[in-house]
Structure formats: C-alpha cells, structure tokens
Design a binder for this molecule. Sequence first.
Ligand code: ADP
Length: 147
Amino acid sequence: MAERIAVFPGSFNPFTIGHKAILEKALPLFDKIIIAIGYNSDKQTATSIEERKTAIQKIYNGNNKVVVTSYTTLTVDFCKEQGATFLIRGLRNESDFAYEQPIAQTNLQLAGIETIFFVTPPEYSHISSSIVRELQSYGADVTKFLP
Ligand code: ADP
C-alpha cells in the first residue's frame, strides 16, 4: 500500500499546545506527517522560520513519523512535491471552519488534495499563536501555552 503522507501546514508562530494536540490526533492515521512552516503575508513575524523549525524539531526529535520543514510555494504544489495527498488542519470554532472550508474545497478541486480536519480538545480552543505573541510582546510568561 502507498505510504499515507500528510502535510500539516501553518505559520506556527509559535507552535502551541493546540497545534501539538492536533498533530497527536493525526499521528495514528498517517505513515508520515510533514509539519510545514509556511510564509503567511497576513501575519506578523515574531520569530524567524528557522527558529520555529528548530523549536518544533526539538519536540519531535526521535519520532520518525514526523518531519519538520518550511516551504514558500503554493501549499498543494508542496504536497505534490512531497508525495502527500492529505492536508491536516485544526478547527477551534466556526470562524476557523468558515475560513478553512473554501480553502479545502479549492485545494481538492485544484489538485485532488483532501483536507482532514481535527477538532481541538475543548481545553485548547481559546489558544492561538497570535494571543501568545501578544502576551510575549509584553513579557508575559507563556510557557503554559507552549509544548
Ligand atoms: P495559519 O497561518 O496557516 O492559519 P496557524 O499556525 O495559525 O497557521 O495554524 C495552523 C493550523 O492549526 C490551523 O488549522 C489552525 O486552525 C490550527 N490551530 C491553531 N491553534 C489551534 C488550537 N489551539 N487548537 C486546534 N487547532 C489550532
């Protein structure tokens, strides 16, 4: 059987316990998951892509199913290049769904890439990288939101 490869794309700026929870839900379903740090022009950058990559790699060091990388191309082109036929995304609320639905439909129509959604554990549905960044900018302790 062909390897089931999925890409989990995101800004991960920073990678939070919410992202980790989604990845853990997805792990049993795939042979390989590529955590792919993308460049999102709408989002402010707190740390460089290299710094984020190193931080995420540290978490999954020793897990041979997880690969961490960055990309700059169209997400579906990156999936094809990696032999991945699935995308993983997390859903916290209806705003996430409203944002994600047309993107998932477009990616399917454009490239046959299916998006698999995982609903966040309820205790993490309020956690976002942007709030963590805001707290960090005031010097607050954000360790409880980070893996
Ligand atoms: P992007 O810039 O692509 O939205 P993010 O790093 O903000 O990247 O998010 C990556 C994915 O993780 C998205 O599908 C987002 O909805 C999901 N996500 C972010 N925070 C959480 C959380 N607390 N629980 C579940 N999913 C989350």
